[in-house]
Ligand binder design. Structure first.
Ligand SMILES: Cc1cc2nc3c(=O)[nH]c(=O)nc-3n(C[C@H](O)[C@H](O)[C@H](O)COP(=O)(O)OP(=O)(O)OC[C@H]3O[C@@H](n4cnc5c(N)ncnc54)[C@H](O)[C@@H]3O)c2cc1C
Length: 368
């Protein structure tokens, strides 16, 4: 396994449950990549009907099970509330939710429209003047770094802290990896290297970084935000291919009492420098939704690089060029949420089982 982010850790855990031992190689240690910069939302609310929604619904079920098996990562089934600034946006959100509810599959989306007069029953500190919203009780949250660490530990996998330089190839198959600490041989190699997963020369993939910032407030004694709350613009930004800066108000509390404020998206390569203009914009958007935040200091801010794939679907499954190589990467802004169902799919593919969710739309060969 290359990568000890949430995806690699989830795969190691799922493989262990199937009786397969993994060695996990990471150049930086557990959650040292994008997982350490994520918010930890497990969302169905922002997913358009289709394969990603199916994966998200299955993942939601699996996160609940994982919490029972090896919890301690602040899993909270708190629900999400998407709010609309105008009646026109509320109509669009309502239509989006209606479409999601029609999505066929083993588990369905639960969503209910919240009129303006009831918004404060859900979020007492919301600003005046909003047109209404949609409540998604299936949305949940975890602390992603804790989740990666707990899952990796529970998997019993050996963690080797070094960089993978390239795959060891024998004929048409991968036999292991060359690392800074020597060669490691394996029956199968899983590429869970996140934003960097496309850069192995023998099996390149079109994964690119999509930068995002988070602001973290000083803790509140009683956190003022109960759900994951975001504006409709977030759904549009998630689905867009724009390179330039896009922002939307995305806010949630954590168990520690802090409030996390996002979300920005821009494609500027691997640059993680802080841009105070973006931070100021995110702060203004958050205060517009929750005026109570205006009195609170921001404790820290950081940037992370989402692993963006050109069609916004993760890359999961066997490589189309080299046997014994599997990819589990490219989850962009949803890798925390989608990790358990990704791991279930990869495990079924490695062990010859039947995946619960159809793997075809996620096949790495679709870019060939
Ligand atoms: C601001 C922000 C907010 C986000 N919020 C959410 C959210 O609320 N919900 C959600 O689901 N997702 C969210 N995401 C996205 C989520 O964080 C990612 O999709 C997820 O963390 C990807 O996990 P991963 O394990 O694939 O990658 P990573 O966590 O990046 O792990 C990959 C690992 O591979 C290692 N690696 C790479 N190359 C090599 C190499 N050559 N040799 C050895 N090791 C290597 C890296 O060190 C890294 O640890 C957010 C992202 C950002 C930036």
């Amino acid at each position: 396994m290359i990568g000890a982010g949430i995806v690699g850790a989830s795969c190691a855990y799922a493989l262990m449950r199937a009786g397969v031992r993994a060695t996990v190689v990471d150049r930086g240690g557990v959650a040292s990549g994008t997982t350490g910069a994520g918010e930890g939302n497990i969302l169905v609310s922002d997913k358009e009907p289709g394969p990603e929604l199916e994966l998200a619904l299955r993942s939601g079920e699996l996160w609940r099970e994982l919490d029972e098996e090896c919890g301690g990562f602040e899993w909270e089934p708190k629900g999400g509330l998407v709010v609309a600034e105008t009646p026109e946006v509320l109509d669009a959100l309502t239509a989006f939710a209606e479409n999601q509810r029609r999505h066929p599959g083993p588990a369905g989306v639960v969503a209910s429209v919240v009129p303006a007069t009831s918004l404060r029953d859900f979020e007492p500190h919301l600003a005046d003047g909003l047109a209404g919203g949609v409540h998604y009780p299936q949305d949940a949250q975890v602390q992603p770094m804790l989740a990666a660490a707990r899952l990796l530990k529970a998997s019993g996998a050996r963690l080797v802290r070094t960089a993978v330089e390239r795959f060891l190839v024998a004929g048409d198959r991968v036999a292991g990896v060359r690392t800074g600490q020597g060669d490691l041989y394996a029956d199968a190699v899983v590429n869970a290297a996140g934003t960097w997963a496309g850069s192995f020369p023998q099996a390149p993939l079109p994964i690119r970084p999509r930068k995002g910032f988070i602001l973290v407030t000083q803790p509140f004694a009683v956190p003022p935000v109960r759900h994951k709350v975001y504006t409709a613009a977030y759904v549009t930004n998630v689905a867009s291919d724009a390179e330039g800066l896009e922002t939307s108000g995305v806010i949630e509390s954590t168990r520690a009492g802090t409030v996390l404020i996002g979300a920005s998206r821009q494609r500027v390569g691997y640059d993680t420098a802080i841009d105070y203009r973006v931070l100021a914009k995110l702060a203004r958007q958050a205060v517009a939704l929750f005026p109570v935040l205006a009195d609170r200091q921001v404790m820290r801010a950081y940037a992370g690089l989402r692993p963006y794939s050109p069609d916004h679907l993760p890359v999961i499954g066997p490589d189309h060029r080299l046997r014994n190589l599997f990819h589990a990467c490219g989850h962009e802004g949803a890798g925390i949420g989608l990790a358990p169902a990704t791991a279930e799919m990869i495990t079924a593919q490695i062990t010859g089982g039947s995946p619960r969710v159809d793997p075809a739309p996620f096949a790495p060969g679709r870019f060939a």
